[in-house]
Design a protein around this ligand. Structure first.
Ligand code: HEM
Length: 462
């Protein structure tokens, strides 16, 4: 039996602290199976100790998640688990709070308007073409098929798309690679500090915090360099996200952001818009390679709408099934698999007491896989996202982009880019499964595949 809790959330089952501690090594490697076991054993909302130390309410109840993200969002700012990233990445939209966040969100939101995204499509297409060039060359040389490390390819593609969307062509190739390396190193370290808090003294002693501060400073220097270059440049200005940040003016005083603010926001866009899309795309190929019947349906739609020409932005709404494939992929593999919030004041939800200071972890992965919310939750079925089926979904049963006022600002950007990658790759290639052991989950800040995913591509003959 679960131990009773000693605080006001006394009605919640608590995973005994010792058990959490004992599991913390397994939890550090992949928390998902451990958390699923806890929830299946004790109920949809429970108390666990992260790393055996940090008490959190863990929930896969969509109602509670909606309560904290939307209905009573004012009481639930992000916790220090999210804010801690600000040490390395600054105070951009993702890491700021309260009136500062709101002012920034209002300033930046128009930059993600549909029309602005449409303006970035040509740039996205160029990057997709460039990333597919090596595959084309290999196919031309050897004929037949190529076996591709698809996660590596999607990481490169998504990073190039976001980096070019922020900086256009001003970004040198060498710097693009270095930025990707720095971001990966910083994120991996940050996750270790959160998941294994007991290692902190050792990490301090070994100078790891200092080392990662230096990496973050290097990243900021690179970004700062491009901001200055852009401000000093003459001639036509590119229509990219950096220019959008530089041109934006606050409603109240007509002033632009300071250089440090632009830097913070640009860095956050790079982080938020990189791994999330790359992981979703990688899992999508993993699923499609195993589901030829879905690919056949996709091809029917593509033939009807596009024939054999590349997609334009205006085509995308007419390619609904391709969007459903992406939506279903993100149900099974939500790139942001958990979200944290903390109660600012005492609150209750459905009779459950949530005292001031309670840390709540909204377990998106658990919600998306809940048998109470989804019929055969482990099955890959894009048809679930057909217009009629969507209307029957329970509110907050599907929230890959979060919800409420802090809904992902880049959601349209991400869906557009993912649809373009899917459509362009299928226009050129047939996709086939390569026999390989099942791919494990690696949930860091985003949900990565632990092993590389291999997929075989052949030239598609229309
Ligand atoms: C498949 C791709 C993506 C997924 C699944 C995703 C998911 C999310 C989620 C769940 C949040 C809310 C976090 C929370 O409430 O704690 C979020 C916020 C955010 N995302 Fe995304 N994201 C994706 C792509 C992007 C892209 C491409 C960009 C930028 C171009 C972006 C920029 C942001 C920003 C700036 C925030 C913070 C918004 C705010 O708090 O006002 N994301 N994202």
């Amino acid at each position: 039996m679960p131990a009773p809790s000693s605080t006001a959330s006394a009605f919640l089952p608590v995973v005994p602290r010792l058990r959490s501690l004992r599991n913390s090594i397994t939890l550090a490697a992949n928390p998902i199976p451990v958390l699923d076991t806890y929830l299946n054993t004790y109920g949809d909302t429970i108390v666990v100790y992260l790393g055996g130390i940090r008490r959190t309410v863990l929930t896969r109840d969509p109602g509670l998640v909606q309560h904290m993200l939307q209905k009573n969002h004012r009481n639930y700012p992000k916790s220090d688990l999210s804010h801690g990233v600000a040490r390395y990445l600054g105070h951009g939209l993702l890491t700021s709070e309260g009136s500062y966040w709101l002012r920034q969100r209002r300033l930046i939101q128009p930059g993600f308007h549909r029309q602005r995204i449409a303006g970035l499509v040509a740039l996205m297409q160029t990057e997709i073409n460039d990333c597919l060039e090596p595959l084309e060359r290999q196919l031309a040389k050897q004929g037949g098929f190529v076996e591709v490390a698809v996660h590596a390819l999607m990481i490169t593609t998504a990073f190039r798309i976001i980096a070019r969307s922020v900086f256009s062509n001003s970004l040198a190739e060498r710097q693009l690679h270095r930025m990707a390396e720095l971001l990966t190193a910083i994120q991996a370290f940050y996750v270790r500090t959160v998941r294994q808090p007991y290692l902190r003294p050792w990490q301090h002693a070994r100078g790891q915090f200092r080392r990662h501060d230096q990496l973050a400073a290097e990243l900021r220097d690179i970004v700062r360099g491009y901001i200055r270059q852009r401000k000093e440049a003459s001639g036509p200005v590119p229509d990219d996200l950096l220019q959008m940040l530089l041109d934006a003016r606050y409603e109240d005083n007509g002033e632009p952001m300071t250089e440090e603010q632009v830097l913070d926001e640009a860095a956050i866009l790079l982080v938020a818009g990189h791994e999330t899309s790359a992981n979703a795309l990688s899992w999508m190929w993993y699923l499609l390679a195993q589901h030829p019947e879905v690919v056949t349906k996709l091809r029917t739609e593509i033939t009807q709408v596009l024939g054999d020409r590349p997609a334009t932005f205006a085509d995308l709404p007419g390619l609904g099934y391709s969007l459903q494939v992406i939506q279903e992929t993100m149900r099974l593999y939500p790139p942001a698999w958990i979200l944290d919030r903390v109660a600012q004041e005492d609150d209750t939800y459905n009779g459950l007491a949530l005292p001031k200071g309670t840390l709540i972890s909204g377990y998106l992965y658990g919600i998306h896989h809940s048998a109470k919310l989804w019929d055969e939750p482990e099955a890959f079925r894009p048809e679930r996202f057909g217009p009629d089926q969507v209307r029957q979904q329970v509110p907050y049963a599907y929230i890959p982009f979060g919800g409420g006022p802090r809904l992902c600002i880049g959601n349209q950007f991400a869906l557009t880019e993912m649809q373009l990658v899917l459509l362009e790759m299928l226009r050129r290639f047939d996709v086939e499964w390569v026999e390989q052991p099942a791919i494990d989950l690696m949930p860091l800040i985003t949900l990565r595949p632990r092993q590389e995913i291999k997929v075989r591509f052949r030239r598609h003959k229309a």
